[in-house]
Design a protein around this ligand. Structure first.
Ligand SMILES: [Fe+2]
Length: 356
C-alpha cells in the first residue's frame, strides 16, 4: 500500500495531522509479504520542495468553467461516491435544483425530486436499483444586510450487495421528470479481511478551492487512488462574506462583521470542481475548523453534515463527527476534533466502545 500525503496548507487542522503521525506513511506492499504496522516505523518518502510552486493561493473565481453549473433544471450535479462500512456497500450523493441566496429565499421541497440510482457491472445493463433520501439545508444570518442561503436538493442513496474489487456503472437522478445523470463508474474496494489491501490511498487536508487545489487534485488523480481521505478544511467558504467578497484573512479584513459569515455557493463550486474525481473514487471526509460555519440558532457544521454521506449509522456512530469503515484489511477510525469523547460530550464512553 502506498499513501500519498498532500496538503495545500492554510490554517488549522493540527489535531488531524497528529493522527497521521501515528500512522505508517509509506508501506510498500508486495504480493509475497504485506508489511504490517508491527514491521514499522517506516521512513516517510518525501520529495524536495519545488520552488516553481505558487506560494500564494488564488481562489478559483465563480466565472471559471471549473465551478460553473453544467446542468439544467433538476439534472444531477456535484456527484460523489463515499464508502459505507464494508466493501459491499457504497453511498452515491448528488444535488438537484439551484441554490438561492439573498433576502427572500424559498427552500426547495426535497420531496419533489426522487433519489434514485440504477447500477450494475455492465454499462449497458444497469440491472439493480436503489432509492434513498434527500434534504435541503439553510445557512441563515439574522442580521440586516447579510444574505441567507438555501441549498439545492441533496440526495444520498446507499447501494448494497456489491462484490469486492469490481467495477460498477451507475446513473442517478429522477427518471419521472425525466432527469437522469450520464453513466458514471466506481470500483469497490477489496474484501474486508487481513489479506487484501487497497493499492493506493490519497490523504489530503486543507484542500480549499484555489488554483493550487487544481495541482493537488491533478496530482492525486494521476496516481489513481482507490480511496481519498479528506481530513478537514474543505472549501474555505468561511473566508468570504455573504455578498461573495473573499479574503485570505477573514479576521483581518472583516473584523467588524456581526457573525463570522460564509459564502455557501463556494460549496457548490467545490462540488462541481471535485466531481470529476469523486464521482469515480470514494471520498471520506471528517470536519475541520473551516467547517464550523456558525449561523442562526447556534447551528454549526450544517453544510458539512448535509453535503456528505457518512457511514455513521452503519458503524454504530451517533454523529457525522466520528465513524469507522473498512477498506480491505484496514479498519479506519475517523475521529473529528469537534466532539467530546468523554462524558462531558454527547457521546458516552459506552457508545465509543461499541463503535470501535
Ligand atoms: Fe487546516
Amino acid at each position: 500500500m502506498e499513501m500519498a500525503f498532500s496538503n495545500s496548507y492554510r490554517m488549522g487542522g493540527i489535531f488531524l495531522f497528529f493522527i497521521f503521525l501515528l500512522s505508517p506513511l509509506d508501506i510498500r506492499a508486495t504480493n509475497a509479504n504485506i508489511p504490517s504496522t508491527l514491521d514499522g516505523p517506516f521512513e516517510p518518502e518525501t520529495v524536495p520542495y519545488d520552488a516553481s510552486l505558487r506560494g500564494n493561493a488564488v481562489d478559483i473565481p465563480d466565472t471559471d468553467p471549473l465551478v460553473r453549473r453544467r446542468v439544467t433544471g433538476f439534472e444531477p450535479e456535484q456527484l460523489s461516491v463515499s464508502l459505507s462500512f464494508n466493501h459491499d456497500s457504497i453511498w452515491i450523493t448528488w444535488i438537484t435544483g439551484e441554490f438561492q441566496i439573498g433576502d427572500n429565499i424559498k427552500p426547495l421541497d426535497p420531496k419533489t425530486v426522487a433519489s434514485f440510482v440504477r447500477y450494475g457491472t455492465s454499462r449497458t445493463n444497469l440491472n439493480h436499483e436503489a432509492t434513498g433520501h434527500s434534504l435541503v439545508y439553510d445557512q441563515l444570518y439574522p442580521f440586516e444586510g447579510l444574505q441567507n442561503y438555501t441549498s439545492g436538493i441533496i440526495h444520498h442513496v446507499r447501494l448494497t450487495g456489491l462484490e469486492p474489487n469490481n467495477k460498477y456503472y451507475y446513473q442517478c437522478g429522477d427518471p419521472s421528470i425525466p432527469a437522469m445523470s450520464d453513466v458514471y463508474y466506481f470500483r469497490t474496494l477489496p474484501a474486508s479481511g487481513p489479506q487484501s489491501y487497497p493499492k493506493r490511498i490519497a490523504i489530503v487536508g486543507d484542500l480549499g478551492l484555489t488554483y493550487n487545489t487544481t495541482c493537488t487534485i491533478n496530482h492525486m488523480s494521476s496516481n489513481e487512488p482507490d480511496l481519498v481521505l479528506l481530513v478537514g478544511d474543505v472549501t474555505y467558504a468561511n473566508l468570504y462574506l455573504t455578498n461573495g467578497t473573499g479574503s485570505d484573512c477573514y479576521s483581518c479584513s472583516f473584523s467588524k462583521t456581526p457573525i463570522h459569515e460564509t459564502y455557501q455557493p463556494r460549496w457548490d463550486y467545490w462540488g462541481r470542481f471535485m466531481e470529476n474525481l469523486v464521482s469515480k473514487v470514494p471520498i471520506m471526509v471528517v470536519e475541520g475548523n473551516h467547517e464550523i460555519e456558525a449561523q442562526a440558532g447556534n447551528q454549526t457544521f450544517v453544510a458539512y453534515s448535509s453535503r456528505f454521506a457518512f457511514p455513521s449509522e452503519e458503524s454504530g456512530s451517533l454523529s457525522s463527527f466520528y465513524y469507522s469503515f473498512n477498506a480491505g484489511g484496514i479498519h479506519f477510525i475517523m475521529l473529528g476534533a469537534y466532539i467530546s469523547y468523554d462524558k462531558s460530550g454527547n457521546v458516552t464512553f459506552s457508545v465509543i466502545l461499541i463503535f470501535l
